[in-house]
Design a protein around this ligand. Structure first.
Ligand SMILES: [Zn+2]
Length: 388
C-alpha cells in the first residue's frame, strides 16, 4: 500500500507516518457528536507536530467519530454510534448499500473500513484510544475492558480507571477492538463544554504518544507542563481502579431527571434520592460512588454506581491470569467451554449465582450476554485475532 493512501480520507483529522518501526496509535474523537473536546485537541496537536516538525515513529492517526452529528452538535442522528459495534452488525452492513443505512451505520462502515486499512497497512503494536466528555462535572478518568494489556497501558496515566463498563453497555467501539486482542482505552476528559476538557485531552494524547514511543519526550520542550495538566484537578493524581456495580437504564419514552448537582465519583449512600423518572423517585440501590450521572436529553444510561477495587484483588487477578488458573473454572459443574470460541465460557445461571461474578472477573472473564438461558462470560485477555 502506498504511503499516501490515507491522504484524502475524509474520516481522518490527520495522519503522520515516520520511521516504519514504531507503534500505530489511533485516536478517535467525537464518536458522540456533542463531545468535540477531543476533536479540538487533536487539531491542536496536529498543528503543533507540523509547526515544530516533531518526528513521529510508526503511524499516528486522528479519526473523526460521528462526523455528521459533530457538525450538528448533536450526540447522534438516528442511534448512538458507540452502541452498535459487533462482528454480526458489521457483516450485515457489508451486504447493504449506503442508501439503506441509517446515519450512524454509514459512519460506522467508513470507520470500520479505515480501521481495516490501518491494521493492514501498519505493522507495529496497535493502540486504540477513544476520547469522550461527560454531561456531569467530572475529573478526568479512563475506562477499559479488564485485560492485563489494557491495565498496563492505563497505568501510564495518573488517573482513576473504571473497569468493566462493557458488561453494562452493548457495542462500544473499544470493546469491539478488544475482542480482537488490541489495546483499547477510553478517556473521559471532563464536562462537555469545559475548556479544561480540551487541555486534558491534549495532555492525555501527548502522554500516550510518549508512552507508546510514537514521539520522543525530548521533542517537546514543554512536556512537563503538558503532562502536569492531568494532575491539576483534585483526585486525579492517583492511579486506582473502580468497577461498575449498577446501571440505571432509561427506557424509551421515559422522562428521567437526575437531581441537580451530582459530581462524577461523588459518594452516595444506599437509599439516597438520586433522580426522578416519570415522576417517581429513584433511589440508590446500593452505596458506592455515582458515576456518569446524566445531565443531557439524549442517552439511555441514567447513572451508574461504582466501587473501588482493592489492590489485593488487582494483584491476585494478575497472578491468577498469568498462571492460567482460569483452566480451573472449566472443570466446575455448570461451566463449559464454548466449542466455537475458546475465549467464552458458558455458565449455568445457578452456578454463576453461587460463584459470584467476582470469581469470573478475577480470572479475566466479563459477563457478556444471556443466550439460551445461559450466561456467556468472555475472556478479555487474548492474542491478536484476525480482524473481520
Ligand atoms: Zn461519549
Amino acid at each position: 500500500m502506498h504511503k499516501d493512501f490515507f491522504k484524502n480520507n475524509k474520516r481522518l483529522i490527520g495522519h503522520f507516518t515516520g520511521k516504519p518501526k514504531g507503534p500505530a496509535v489511533i485516536i478517535f474523537s467525537g464518536i458522540h457528536g456533542n463531545e468535540d473536546a477531543g476533536v479540538k485537541a487533536s487539531k491542536k496537536i496536529i498543528k503543533r507536530i507540523e509547526k515544530d516538525n516533531i518526528p513521529v515513529k510508526g503511524n499516528l492517526f486522528f479519526v473523526y467519530g460521528n462526523s455528521k452529528a459533530l457538525k450538528l452538535k448533536k450526540r447522534y442522528i438516528d442511534t448512538d454510534l458507540n452502541r452498535i459495534w459487533s462482528t454480526e452488525h458489521i457483516q450485515k452492513l457489508k451486504k447493504m448499500v449506503k442508501a439503506e443505512m441509517i446515519s450512524e451505520e454509514r459512519e460506522q462502515i467508513e470507520i470500520y473500513l479505515l480501521i481495516k486499512d490501518i491494521i493492514e497497512y501498519c505493522s507495529g503494536k496497535f493502540y486504540f484510544i477513544d476520547l469522550h466528555t461527560t454531561s456531569s462535572k467530572t475529573f478526568p478518568f479512563i475506562t477499559i475492558s479488564d485485560s492485563l494489556n489494557n491495565r498496563k497501558f492505563s497505568s501510564a496515566f495518573p488517573l482513576p480507571t473504571v473497569l468493566g463498563i462493557e458488561e453494562y453497555l452493548p457495542g462500544p467501539l473499544l470493546t469491539f477492538m478488544n475482542e480482537f486482542g488490541y489495546i483499547a482505552l477510553g478517556f473521559e476528559a471532563g464536562q462537555h463544554d469545559d475548556i479544561e476538557s480540551i487541555k486534558n485531552c491534549e495532555s492525555f494524547i501527548w502522554r500516550s504518544l510518549i508512552h507508546t514511543g510514537s514521539v520522543k519526550k525530548k521533542a517537546l520542550n514543554d512536556y512537563q507542563n503538558i503532562s502536569d495538566q492531568l494532575l491539576k484537578s483534585r483526585c486525579t493524581n492517583k492511579y486506582r481502579f473502580f468497577q461498575i456495580v449498577f446501571r440505571y437504564e432509561i427506557r424509551p419514552e421515559e422522562n428521567f431527571k437526575m437531581l441537580a448537582g451530582f459530581e462524577n465519583f461523588e459518594e452516595i449512600k444506599k437509599g439516597q434520592l438520586l433522580a426522578e423518572n416519570n415522576g417517581v423517585e429513584v433511589r440508590a440501590v446500593k452505596s458506592g460512588r455515582i458515576f456518569m450521572p446524566l445531565y443531557q436529553n439524549q442517552g439511555d444510561d441514567g447513572f451508574f454506581i461504582i466501587r473501588r477495587v482493592s489492590k489485593f484483588w488487582i494483584n491476585a487477578s494478575i497472578v491468577a491470569r498469568k498462571l492460567h488458573a482460569h483452566n480451573f473454572l472449566r472443570i466446575l459443574p455448570g461451566v463449559k467451554k464454548d466449542p466455537e470460541n475458546k475465549y467464552i465460557l458458558i455458565v449455568d445461571p445457578k452456578t454463576a449465582k453461587f460463584m459470584a461474578k467476582q470469581i469470573f472477573h478475577l480470572f479475566g472473564y466479563r459477563q457478556q450476554v444471556l443466550k439460551d438461558n445461559k450466561l456467556h462470560f468472555i475472556k478479555r485477555d487474548r492474542k491478536i485475532l484476525p480482524f473481520p
